[in-house]
Design a protein around this ligand. Structure first.
Ligand code: HEC
Ligand code: HEC
Length: 368
């Protein structure tokens, strides 16, 4: 019955065509009315940049809803076992709590899954090394990646066209009337729209303090001072805010924060952004990711090398390993005196960046 409803217009069309052709007269043209999707208002917390979508993929209510279905759909993987959301779990700020992600065949990748919170504000390149520029381009990749979903788009589009729900979702999102005309680019556009809607709620303690609705504890205040090198001359500069700046807590740039020991440019195990720009000043640089919700995204760094925030603090307090492209701020950290209390204060401050919305936002719920 549901099938019949979904394909109602096509059945009617078919009936008319059959009836009419019996009478040997030309078939009348039956047009399915156009569907105009509703613009989606991306609401951002105070102080955030203005959200924007590409002109050829404006964010709509129907597009986001379709994208949410695709994002949580395990049928996008070859053995129906893995969705985007299997590695990007909303409650862990869209990460998977693994050092490196493993795809459907149990083969481990080399990188840690990344948070997708506020991902729509990233313009300098996606992934740890920045090798892909747009969310639309990125969303095409996991389905056919042999160590992720290991499927083919041909199979995914066949599933989509034959499904009970997708033809209607695609009709509403993109005014596609014939499900066999749905392309992988349409699917990727919908997922990109969904991702642009994943925005901080402004309900984190940090935001509430800025809005005058809450106050920091003494320890959090010391952490704030360390992070942003605020007024107190007795508290050392943790340098964090230069690379992870407010309000998104990422500068959206690539830095070498001293993870790899490399005596010369040839000694990097992973040249990171250098492989993308082709420029050796970028060797060993990776994207400074957002620190919002960092409490939930352990283990840390592109290879998940640090299990806890304590280990991350030990790393920064040491200044990290030497290499020719290590950021000068890291050498400054090596000489600053960051005590155990300072590290704990920084961690306390970082935890004020946790968004309670991760458990509550209906956008983050599995539609299946
Ligand atoms: C097997 C686990 C896995 C699956 C499945 C997966 N991802 Fe990812 N995702 C990752 C990893 C790991 C990275 C970082 C990869 C890198 O930098 O090389 C990543 C990075 C991303 C990024 C870049 C984020 C940023 O901050 O630059 C986006 C966007 C993304 N994934 C979206 C998706 C979408 C959409 C899907 C489903 C079509 C998906 N992912 C499926 C593991 C996964
Ligand atoms: C020179 C720029 C720079 C400075 C200064 C800096 N960071 Fe980072 N941070 C980065 C980069 C780049 C990464 C990602 C590195 C990687 O994984 O290769 C990162 C990653 C992190 C991560 C892990 C993120 C994740 O998703 O796994 C945490 C936590 C973090 N930084 C906290 C801090 C704190 C706290 C400070 C201050 C003590 C700080 N950072 C100072 C550039 C910087």
């Amino acid at each position: 019955m549901r099938e019949a409803l979904k394909f109602g217009p096509f059945v009617v069309l078919l009936l008319i065509v059959t009836l009419v052709s019996c009478k040997d007269e030309p078939a009348p043209v039956v047009t399915i009315p156009d569907y105009i999707a509703t613009p989606y208002d991306i609401v951002v917390p105070m102080g955030f940049p203005r959200p924007s979508s590409p002109d050829d993929n404006l964010t709509t209510v129907e597009g986001v809803e379709l994208g949410r279905h695709l994002f949580f759909d395990k049928r996008l993987s070859a053995d129906n076992s893995m969705a985007c959301a299997s590695c990007h779990l909303p409650r862990f700020a869209f990460t998977d709590q693994l050092a490196v992600s493993t795809g459907i065949d149990g083969v481990a990748g080399t990188k840690s899954a990344m948070s997708l919170m506020d991902i729509g504000f990233t313009f300098s390149g996606l992934f740890w090394d920045g090798r892909v520029m747009t969310l639309e381009e990125q969303a095409l990749m996991p389905v056919e990646d042999p160590i992720e979903m290991h499927n083919t788009w041909v199979d995914v589009l066949e599933m989509v066209a034959e499904d009970d729900t997708y033809p209607e979702l695609f009709r509403k999102a993109f005014n596609i009337k014939d499900p066999t005309q749905i392309t992988k680019e349409d699917a990727a556009k919908a997922m990109a729209q969904y991702e642009r809607a994943i925005v901080s709620s402004g309900e984190a303690k940090y935001d509430k303090v800025l809005q005058g609705k809450d106050i920091f504890t003494d320890q959090e205040l010391v952490g704030f001072d360390l992070f942003f090198d605020d007024a107190d001359p007795l508290i050392p500069d943790g340098e964090c805010g230069h690379c992870h700046n407010a309000p998104t807590f990422t500068s959206d740039e690539f830095f070498n924060n001293g993870l790899q020991l490399a005596l010369t440019l040839d000694d990097f195990e992973d040249i990171g952004h250098g492989a993308v720009s082709g420029n050796n000043v970028d060797y060993g640089k990776f994207r400074a990711t957002t620190l919002r919700n960092i409490e939930f995204t352990a283990p840390y760094m592109h290879d998940g090398r640090f299990a806890t925030l304590e280990e991350v603090m030990d790393h920064y307090a040491s200044g990290g390993h030497f290499s020719p492209t290590r950021d000068p701020l890291m050498s400054q950290l090596a000489t600053a005196v960051i005590s155990e209390e300072h590290k704990q204060a920084l961690i306390a401050f970082l935890k004020t960046l946790s968004d309670p919305d991760l458990e509550e936002n209906p956008l983050f719920l599995d539609p299946f």
